[in-house]
Design a protein around this ligand. Structure first.
Ligand code: PHE
Length: 454
């Protein structure tokens, strides 16, 4: 595809290319930054258990639903709902997704910026010290994240790069990055997990992470686990509708959704295997993780591994790339809308929405000590909760209701049959989309009030 036909709808070079790109969207800070923080704040192993169940029973079916809508309609989320059910309010689900995407992009870019900052720190030897302590990494993060100018510039770098890649179009932009780098990240994470698991004292961390304490199970835990599943799998805002619109009719949507869900979950689970044993080793509490958690803990594991300087630098470099393959999928949703429906050029759409997200990113960037007001109201944390949990859950609910009751499973299944003539799991999928997922989501939404007032 050359730059001339960038404004036209492209398609993935192959099924593998789609899986890499969709995994690139799914795998990112959600797995490595957000998941361990959620585990820490929500009771440890019991959260992990509910999370895995949520991915299998709800996340995977919703992903299949989104891919099916996308491939059938061959359009951006708003256009897709309009195509399947013209002149109905269903397209509002698409709009909700676009707004959600811009808000997630704003705070996500701030954390991605921290990653780039830590890449620089690690490469310049800030953690190149065997005796580094948890107190020191804590202090380093606190000072770093409270530097207003620095964090804003770092977020700008992320949004700038994302905008550049998106304005270059789908294939060239996305495929090239993910193919090589995701497998390397995976191997690196395994190496770090093996080291963490063999640290003295690791057992206590493993127990917190993997031995469920059922007395900690609550509606709140389920709310956060389900929200985390949507966030980590990039569901509920039309990302997978958009990515699905580029999949070929001969591809098997079920196995594609399965691969993406599996690889994403594996990476998140491995990230936890690094964080909690390392916390135990450093004699730190498990349950007080905040936004800075992984930035405080990863430098500790690097100091305990031969060649830690090299591993550390490499890790933050790859995590930055993993974050960018996610930010491009966040930006791709609104951009594909303006390109498809409003005939904007990709460049114009990417630039305008990129600038807008940057404006929104500033209060988040200033909310970790940079400015008192935004720090006090925990601006970044609030957006993370409202858009990362709630808006994605509401979006997913509408997607399920749409496929289950408006478009109807029977018609949607016709789309799945192309590329998967057997579609053996159809009854299970239908059950989840029509009953299980909507009921679970409505149930958890009831708990929001409790959290907000508590
Ligand atoms: N799934 C991405 C991650 O885990 C974040 C994301 C959410 C991307 C929603 C797109 C849509 O980092």
């Amino acid at each position: 595809m050359d730059s001339q036909d960038m404004s036209l709808r492209g398609s993935w070079g192959s099924k593998a290319a789609f899986i890499f790109a969709a995994s690139g969207s799914a795998i990112g800070l959600g797995n490595i930054w957000r998941f361990p923080m959620m585990v820490s704040q929500n009771g440890g192993a019991v959260f992990v258990l509910v999370y895995v169940i949520a991915v299998i029973l709800i996340g995977f079916p919703v992903m299949l639903a989104e891919l099916t809508i996308g491939r059938h309609a061959q359009k951006n989320p708003v256009g897709a709902f309009e195509h399947i059910k013209p002149r109905t309010p269903w397209k509002l689900t698409g709009f909700l997704g676009i707004i959600t995407g811009v808000f997630i992009l704003s705070f996500y870019s701030v954390v991605a910026g921290w990653t780039v900052g830590y890449l620089y720190k690690t490469a310049s030897g800030a953690f190149n010290n065997k005796d580094i302590t948890a107190q020191l990494t804590d202090k380093i993060f606190t000072e770093f994240s409270a530097n207003p100018f620095l964090v804003i510039v770092l977020a700008l770098i992320i949004i700038g790069l994302t905008t550049y890649i998106i304005s270059k179009g789908v294939k060239k932009g996305i495929e090239r990055w993910t193919k090589v780098l995701m497998p390397i990240l995976f191997i690196l994470i395994i190496v770090l997990a093996v080291r963490a698991l063999t640290l003295p004292g690791a057992e206590k961390g493993i127990a917190f992470y993997l031995r469920p304490d059922f007395s900690k199970l609550s509606g709140t835990v389920v709310l956060f686990a389900l929200g985390q599943a949507f966030f980590s799998l990039s569901l509920g805002m039309g990302t997978m509708i958009t990515y699905g619109s580029y999949i070929s009719k001969s591809d098997n949507l079920v196995s594609s959704a399965g691969w993406v869900s599996f690889s994403d979950t594996l990476i998140a689970l491995l990230a936890g295997l690094i964080i909690f044993p390392t916390l135990a080793f450093a004699h730190q509490p498990f349950n007080v993780g905040s936004e800075g958690l992984v930035f405080k803990v990863f430098p500790l594991i690097f100091s305990q591994i031969p060649g830690g300087y090299f591993f550390g630098t490499f890790f933050f470099a790859l995590l930055s790339v993993a974050a960018i393959t996610s930010t491009i999928s966040l930006l791709e949703v609104p951009v594909s809308y303006f390109v498809d429906e409003k005939n904007w050029s990709r460049k114009k759409a990417a630039l305008i929405i990129g600038l807008f997200s940057l404006g929104l990113a500033i209060p988040s960037a200033l909310s970790t000590g940079g400015m008192e007001f935004f720090t006090k109201i925990k601006f970044l944390g609030a957006l993370n909760f409202i858009f990362g949990n709630i808006a994605l859950a509401v979006g997913s609910l509408f997607i399920c209701l749409f496929v289950g009751y408006a478009w109807k499973v029977k018609k949607a299944a016709q789309e799945v049959y192309s590329g998967n003539p057997l579609f053996k799991i159809r009854p299970l999928w239908s059950f989840s989309i029509k009953y299980l997922a909507p009921v679970a989501i409505i149930f958890i939404l009831i708990f929001i009030k409790k959290i907000v007032s508590g």
